[in-house]
Unconditional design. Structure first.
Length: 72
């Protein structure tokens, strides 16, 4: 239970990080503030990377739980 809550917290943080990074990248490309691209691109990629890892972990836990249910 605690593990699932922690997963949701990390996922929410990653989504917020990706959203903030996307805002910086948007402002840097469309708004003409090219200095925002320097922190924006790594922030966006970090948010995407963490989100992918969280989703892969959730998928793995789901498969493990489903396999255990079939054994019973």
């Amino acid at each position: 239970m605690l593990r699932g809550i922690r997963l949701w917290v990390v996922w929410s943080f990653a989504l917020a990080l990706g959203t903030y990074g996307m805002g910086l990248v948007f402002e840097g490309t469309i708004g003409g503030h090219f200095g925002d691209l320097i922190p924006g691109i790594p922030t966006l990629l970090l948010g995407i990377w963490i989100t992918g890892n969280v989703l892969a972990s959730a998928k793995q836990a789901y498969r493990r739980q489903r396999a255990m249910a079939k054994q019973r």
